[in-house]
Design a protein around this ligand. Structure first.
Ligand code: MUC
Ligand code: MG
Length: 371
């Protein structure tokens, strides 16, 4: 079976968030989806999506940069060529385009969607087969206001939509962040898992004080407390505290995962399709982690439904020790798909059907796309 790629189109799609989402490095009021449509010579289409967080504040690719890498380099490279599977597609992209993993992730997703539709198989089957058809999903409390976060958490617990929460800290002085975290933990109760994401905001000394205090408060997991480049500090912290560390920005792909684990890191890795270059590439990192005894977590780049579903197909093939945060669509006021994902009982359901198992709403794409 060969897919002959005829053309690749892309759009920037701006969708407002339901409330400001405050991280240590940016506040989001809108999310930009870079959507990709891959059209095969016989008319079959596959869709992919890439997102980042806060323009260039999370990583080195902006939405505009992702679109430009696709339109100017990757689309001309791939159009008119036939591929009998993902390996030659990825080899071609990597041979001619360095980096740009977010752009490559959108294309790998679109290829998998098209391949699944052609074969009549879900993407999860192409990636090894789903272990389950729903995955645990937490919610991030990040309004920037402690009382609002508590009210939001209590409502979501009462509705049963989520059972675990992540807090975004690091923008404020440590003492303030600790008061905020302790108040939320106290209000939501001992049975609710609370994790924090510092998004690289602390230096190594602040991280030692922060970890000790967060351990006393009863926090379950601390994500990326120090800078991406400071693997030594991340590793020291992981060995010093029983409170586990989740590496996010520090670990993008299988090479990073190997280097961090070989250096003595213990804890967990946040898998993200964008960081790795696609759902199949993220699974390569998962395999390195499993071989090294590092735990797994299904991470989000706050994708819309398309990118979230692409991730879910990959994560469904794994045992995720820390569950997932695939709630991106719930943070957006609207989306460009015909049917929303189902979130209930602390879980998100994996769509069935060939390819990604979702359909694009062309009217909404026309409405939200950047003109
Ligand atoms: C991150 O750094 O993990 C994931 C959930 C969320 O609220 O923000 C993202 C980014
Ligand atoms: Mg993170």
């Amino acid at each position: 079976m060969e897919l002959c790629i005829e053309r690749i189109d892309s759009w920037l799609v701006d969708i407002p968030t339901i409330r400001p989402h405050k991280l240590s490095m940016a506040t989001m009021g809108c999310q930009t989806l870079t959507l990709v449509r891959l059209t095969c010579a016989d008319g079959l289409v596959g869709w992919g999506e890439a997102t980042t967080i806060g323009g260039l504040s999370y990583g080195p690719e902006s939405p505009e940069g992702i679109k430009s890498a696709i339109d100017c380099y990757l689309a001309p490279l791939l159009s008119g060529k036939g591929f009998n599977g993902l390996a030659p597609l990825v080899a071609t992209m990597n041979a001619h385009v360095k980096g740009n993993s977010f752009a490559k992730s959108a294309l790998e997703t679109a290829f998998l969607d098209a391949q699944g539709k052609r074969l009549g198989l879900p993407v999860s089957t192409l990636l090894g087969g789903a272990l389950s058809d729903s995955l645990p999903v937490l919610w991030t409390l990040a309004s920037g206001d402690t009382q609002k976060d508590i009210a939001e958490g209590q409502t979501l617990l009462a509705e049963g939509r989520h059972r675990a929460f992540k807090l975004k800290i690091g923008a404020r002085p440590l003492a303030e962040d600790l008061r905020h975290t302790a108040a939320i933990k106290r209000a939501l109760g001992p049975d609710v898992s609370i994790r924090v994401d510092v998004n690289q905001a602390w230096d190594a000394g602040t991280a030692v004080r922060g970890m000790a205090a967060l351990q006393d408060i009863g926090i379950d997991l601390v994500e990326q407390p120090v800078a991406l480049w400071d693997r030594a500090a991340l590793t020291r912290l992981s060995r010093r505290f029983t409170l586990p560390i989740l590496a996010d920005e520090a670990v993008a792909d299988a090479h990073d995962g190997y280097a961090l684990a070989a250096g003595g890191f213990t804890g967990a890795y946040a898998l993200k399709i964008a960081k790795a270059g696609g759902p199949a590439q993220a699974l390569k990192l998962a395999q390195v982690a499993q071989a090294a005894g590092v735990a797994l977590y299904g991470g989000t780049m706050l994708e819309g439904t398309l990118g979230t579903v692409a991730s879910l197909h990959a994560w469904s093939t794994l045992k995720l020790d820390w569950g997932s945060e695939m709630f991106g669509p719930l943070l957006l006021k609207d989306d460009v798909v015909t049917a929303p994902l189902r979130f209930a009982d602390g879980q998100v359901s994996l769509p069935s059907g060939p390819g990604l198992g979702i359909d694009i709403d062309e009217d909404k794409l026309r409405f939200y796309r950047r003109k």
